[in-house]
Design a protein around this ligand. Sequence first.
Ligand code: AMP
Ligand code: MG
Length: 415
Amino acid sequence: MIDACSIETGGLISIEHALQQIAGTVVPINTCERVVLKSALGRVLSASVYASINIPPDQNSAMDGYAFSSTDIRPNQPFSLSLAGTSWAGAPYSETLKPGECIRIFTGAVIPEGADSVIMQEHIQADNTLIIFPESTQPHKHIRDIGCDTRKDALLLSANKKLTAIDIGLLASAGIYDVQVYRKLNIAFLSTGDELSPIGQMLQPGQIYDSNRYALNALLDDNTINITDLGVIGDDKSALEESLVAASKTHDVLISTGGASVGDADYIKEILDKCGEVSFWKIAIKPGKPLAFGKINHCYFWGLPGNPVSVITTFQKIVSPALRQLSGEQSAKKTLQIQATCRTALNKSQGRQEYQRGILTQDKSGEFFVASAGKQDSNIMSALSAANCYMVLAVECNGVAVGEKVTVEPFALLI
Ligand code: AMP
Ligand code: MG
């Protein structure tokens, strides 16, 4: 299924090419369900949502003050109006204001018939039921018009939008009780390797803790995803084959880590050659060794490297955009990048695009600086954890000197 011609010179394909191939293969899910708004955070709309009411539905006051008619204003002189009543938020003044009258009004309270202006309470003087307005009184102030936020029938949110907390607030303001969203993705993941121990146990000689599965569990923590943790499968060809094939029948996506290179105990390639339509790529990025992508039955499969930093970076840069596409989310957003002055020299050889781990800071004048977060090997989780950004070094870059500008992707803006 994947074009063999995609293999570029040197057996490496560019990350752009890999992303294009994946985007051209992934077909977004099209099954939908309705969920109540309270459960809709992080779900992807499968239909656009329109306002069925004007927001706000009534003309109301933007201030605590007094509502009056602009026809009562006396040019260039103070004037007084008699206080006829009060409009509270939720308890409107039901009469029509007569000439010479004003009412007390609070923020959010409906403007009564006959009034078209509000003055802030700080600007008047009250003498019992006589309210004295200053010479500077302006007409038509502090009034929120009907539909000034959103008009009835206007588009609130487009289909394929992943709902944020702000979107939930917007939809609630329109009284939207429930929304139509795409169903969740079912994603299974596993680790491979005889050396791996689950956390919560003492390490035996030669063992390390299986950090990838816990990292993946956290990376997949998203309201568009139901996860299945398939655990650790040892370097055992038939056990691996059994797990992968069984999981592919009941999941949309399957992700493995480790066992994907060419060592004697690396069985992923062999199994997939037999059971799936999967290509093994050498992508010109670092970290990120050979990576497998394709399908087993109807299930998309990603075989990620074993080294923990490579797992996280390839997940963020390669798997995550595809999962967003699969979930129905609107087309790929470009990750925000900024330029920063490098405070440490960075080693790099030409040939691969590197995502080196950095610490980004901003000085008082607003200028950005970045420094290496530590050792850049793909097993060094402590440096990835200390980092707050990737320093993106282009394929042709052969190192960065102190004081040079580098492109930085802050983790907080990774999208
Ligand atoms: P592999 O691709 O299986 O040869 O693994 C490459 C490196 O990553 C080896 O040092 C493995 O021990 C390590 N590794 C593989 N899987 C995991 C895992 N789940 N957690 C932590 N390290 C791992
Ligand atoms: Mg291994």
